[in-house]
Design a protein around this ligand. Structure first.
Ligand code: ADP
Length: 417
């Protein structure tokens, strides 16, 4: 004895008849001949997922559940079935392995019929085929309904999680913005005092004190710049950044940037060429934001190009159907160290920096001088807020051969073509 309950008396033919209505008497007899009664205690797998399907089961009494293995090896409950229901026919008809495990949840008696007799009778009886088809369709519909309910639930959970994340993200951005703002004010005052100290005749006369004062001024300036960049970034990353559009002259922007970097260019023996800027239409944009975006591109070109190199800014108009028509395209190209292909997209992430960069305070216009890794994120934020796009091109990264980089910005002119 293995502890399972004894099989109840079953009149197999009378039990099967309602299942197999319309079946010829001799076909019914053939199935009855092939049927075996099996009684099982609760918690037994009648058939397992992944096994070849060689038997169809009719539940006489008791209850079973269908479960499916998930990728993480846990089980997912599909549905359960009781007296009068059939299972196992799908794998036989499809000649596939079982797609679910069927387990008894209480003492259960089933009638088992092997694959061969079942298929033989099925091939002779269209009415049996039809009944099976009807049952399968009903099961598919039920599975569909369940899937939709679960999808809806998962969707609702995801929406809630997204809402929570957005709220947290906003709190974090607000915190960063308020902190940067609060810290910038005393740093600005500090910078003023440090500059006064630097210019003081006593300090000027003493080389050691002068060096100290220069260090304090450079460090404070750097801090001030970082706080400004953080504020710019949090501004451009805010949903619905407010853009005050006016007709902007790209040449005027670059003339401003050129004069801002004039000393650095001279010190580093770099040339900044502006090409194709004549007879250019005005660009409907926020002049301050656009200035910042191009400022960072030129600043980077200066930082990542060795002394004696060339930076070329080329501007043209062209039709870009993806951006809704005529656009202005600005390309900032340098003869610098270049960018590895795997970094071309990543460099636009905030705080992303490639390779080793110097992080000392005097490094901002030095070759490979450090930055906080915010410039390109700000530039991208500005360009996207204007409905444009920005990308980087480079044959690769090589500090010996300096293959150079090219940053391209396209901004829609808002004129249909
Ligand atoms: P950072 O403050 O570090 O310059 P950015 O966001 O402006 O931050 O740039 C991110 C990274 O992209 C830089 O650290 C640098 O590795 C790379 N990069 C940007 N511009 C250039 C360029 N013109 N040539 C080579 N690498 C560049």
């Amino acid at each position: 004895m293995n502890g399972s309950p004894p099989p109840p008396l079953v009149n197999v033919k009378e039990f099967l008849r309602p299942f197999l209505q319309g079946l010829a008497e001799e076909d019914l007899d053939e199935l009855v001949q092939a049927a075996m009664v099996r009684s099982l205690p609760a918690g037994v797998d009648i058939c397992r997922e992944g096994e070849p399907g060689s038997t169809i089961y009719f539940i006489v009494q008791g209850r079973v559940e269908m479960v499916k293995r998930l990728d993480d090896d846990s089980e997912r409950y599909l549905h359960d079935a009781g007296p009068g229901e059939i299972f196992g026919e799908m794998a036989i008809i499809q000649e596939e392995v079982r797609t679910a495990t069927v387990r008894t949840t209480e003492p259960t008696t089933v009638l088992e019929i092997g694959r061969e007799p079942f298929l033989t009778v099925l091939s002779r009886s269209p009415s049996l085929g039809l009944r099976i088809l009807v049952r399968l369709t009903a099961r598919l519909r039920e599975a569909d309904r369940q899937a939709i309910v679960e999808l809806r639930r998962a969707n609702e959970e995801l929406t809630q999680a997204l809402r929570r994340l957005k709220r947290l993200d906003r709190t974090k951005s607000d915190f960063i913005q308020v902190s940067a703002h609060e810290l910038r004010t005393p740093v600005a005052a500090l910078l003023g005092y440090a500059q006064m100290m630097q210019e003081n005749p006593t300090v000027q006369r003493d080389p050691a004190l002068r060096a100290l004062a220069e260090g304090v001024v450079a460090g404070t300036r750097r801090l001030h710049r970082i706080f400004n960049s953080i504020l710019d970034l949090s501004r451009v990353m805010t949903d619905g950044l407010h853009i005050r559009r006016s007709p902007v002259s790209i040449p005027v922007i670059f003339q401003g940037i050129h004069s801002q970097f004039e000393r650095a260019l001279e010190e580093r023996d770099l040339t900044l060429e502006l090409k194709g800027l004549k007879a250019l239409p005005f660009c409907p944009a926020d002049p301050d934001l656009l200035y910042k975006a191009f400022y960072h591109l030129v600043h980077n070109a200066i930082k990542y190009t060795p002394d004696g190199g060339r930076i070329r800014v080329t501007v043209r108009t062209l039709d870009v159907p993806d951006l809704g028509g005529e656009c202005i395209e600005v390309a900032v190209e340098d003869t610098g160290i270049g960018i590895a292909p795997e970094d071309l997209d990543l460099i636009f992430e905030k705080f992303y920096r490639t390779g080793e960069v110097a992080l000392h305070s005097s490094g901002t216009i030095n070759f490979k001088g450090g930055g906080p890794g915010l410039g390109l994120a700000i530039a991208q934020g500005v360009v996207l807020a204007h409905g444009g796009r920005i990308w980087a091109e480079s044959p690769g990264y090589d500090e010996e051969t300096c293959p150079g980089s090219r940053f391209v910005v396209q901004l829609p002119l808002g004129r249909e073509t």
